[in-house]
Ligand binder design. Structure first.
Ligand SMILES: Cc1ncc(C[n+]2csc(CCOP(=O)(O)OP(=O)(O)O)c2C)c(N)n1
Length: 164
């Protein structure tokens, strides 16, 4: 696929695609494992939804694993991410507990949101995922608010809004 197609007429747009060559083999392997972990989890969820074992609405993250993995691999535990209606991958990449995630999809009290949130309202505050919002673009003001709080606290944490 030609990624430049459609943009050729705009002379002001230039492309500077750099490979992340400074990442160590161990880091790359860890990132690959995270992507596979997300994919396997999602495939299992798809099966369970089709069998109506899981009845909460689920939006899968298949095909987007690299986005969450790449972003979260550059973050620390005390950095925040705010996630969307398609939040399983963000939760896993940020280091959330997978059993607590599955329990949440089953609506169990042991779920990461105590079984009250479901797929679209995952949270793992200890891992830097304060919450998820199914309101389109709703993560942007949340992340900006957290960034303002970090700034006022003179804390060097980063706040990320996933919004698609
Ligand atoms: C403010 C708002 N308007 C409408 C909706 C209904 N809605 C839920 S998902 C969605 C589409 C979101 O598209 P995109 O952000 O591209 O995510 P995708 O599901 O396609 O990955 C819409 C319009 C919503 N959740 N919030």
């Amino acid at each position: 696929m030609d990624l430049r197609r459609g943009l050729e007429l705009n002379e002001n747009i230039s492309f500077n695609i750099e490979l992340a060559t400074d990442l160590s083999p161990a880091t790359l392997r860890e990132m690959y494992v995270t992507m596979v972990r997300i994919r396997k989890f999602e495939e299992r969820v798809a099966e369970l939804v089709s069998k109506e074992e899981i009845i909460c609405p689920c939006h899968l993250y298949i095909g987007e694993e690299a986005v969450a993995t790449g972003v979260c691999s550059a973050l620390r535990k005390d950095d925040y991410v705010f996630s969307t209606h398609r939040s399983h991958g963000h939760y896993i990449a940020k280091g959330g507990d997978i059993k607590a995630l599955m329990a949440e999809l089953y609506g169990r009290a042991t779920g990461c949101s105590k079984g009250r949130g479901g797929s679209m309202h995952l949270a793992s505050p200890d891992m830097g995922l304060p919450g998820s919002s199914a309101i389109v673009a709703g993560t942007i003001p949340l992340a900006v608010g957290a960034a303002l709080a970090f700034s006022l606290q003179k804390r060097d944490s980063v706040s990320v809004a996933f919004f698609w």
